[in-house]
Design a protein around this ligand. Structure first.
Ligand code: GLP
Length: 241
């Protein structure tokens, strides 16, 4: 595990974007695992700039997002599909047929999850997975006490996560209580993982993820077992290390 500690959020975003950009330069047909939440927004902005400056190209890139709320369709402004399109995809030359996000409206969730895993395998696996982290240590929507062996599946969201994410919704009642998420096993299969964290409210989860016991109670702690993981944290998120 490597830990890159930088001064502030802007530098977290730049470091992360540089790592993703160098991956794309070395392998233009990379498979990217992407994350949502407020943390990766700066990284997406940086990648758009690097693309506009002509340094990287997305034509051959395939993407898989970590998760999607259950019950929200693509056009819902709170869906992760909408987030990804509005904050990233619409600015780059990605082929939208190569964009994969779990379908939160799928009729048969089990089939949807199996199919998602099949697509990841068919694409050759994820070359680099971007992660944020929840205050309770969740990654994707793998909440505390998740089974480490889980692949893509339907999850119930933690009360804490619902509260944290309610800032994006009109009211807390509007926050879906379920989501479809890549499982820990799916994430651990990625060849390389970068986890981004900024702000004091993430410091406890970051400390436990890096130095704590490896336990499903703190899902990100499993990353200690991954052979190529980089934590990119700002001073505040690193303040307990
Ligand atoms: C959501 C997402 C996670 C993300 C987390 C933290 O729950 N499913 O992938 O890491 O929020 O979000 P933020 O970066 O806004 O703190």
């Amino acid at each position: 595990m490597r830990i890159i500690c930088v001064d502030n959020y802007n530098q977290v975003s730049k470091k992360a974007a540089n790592i993703v950009a160098s991956q794309l330069i070395l392998k233009p047909n990379s498979v990217l695992g992407l994350a949502t939440g407020s943390t990766p927004l700066g990284m997406y902005k940086q990648l758009i700039k690097t693309y506009e400056d002509g340094h990287i190209d997305f034509e051959e890139v395939t993407t898989f997002n970590l998760d999607e709320y259950y019950g929200l369709n693509k056009n819902n402004e709170q869906s992760y599909y909408y987030y990804m399109y509005e904050n990233f995809f619409k600015y780059i030359n990605i082929d939208m047929n190569k964009v994969n996000i779990p379908n939160g409206m799928a009729k048969n969730i089990d089939d949807e999850c199996l199919e998602y895993e099949r697509k990841i395998r068919k694409a050759g696996g994820i070359d680099i997975q971007v992660l944020g982290i929840g205050r309770n240590g969740h990654i994707g929507f793998n909440e505390p006490d998740i089974k480490f062996e889980a692949l893509t599946h339907m999850v119930n969201l933690d009360e804490q996560t619902i509260k944290d994410n309610s800032r994006f919704f009109d009211s807390i009642e509007d926050v879906p209580t379920k989501a479809i998420s890549m499982g820990i096993k799916t994430i651990m299969h990625a060849k390389k993982i970068i986890l981004l964290a900024s702000g004091i409210e993430k410091s406890d989860a970051i400390y436990k993820a890096i130095y704590g016991k490896i336990t499903p109670k703190l899902p990100a702690s499993v990353l200690q077992l991954h052979p190529d993981v980089v934590f990119i944290v700002d001073k505040e998120a690193a303040s307990k290390l």
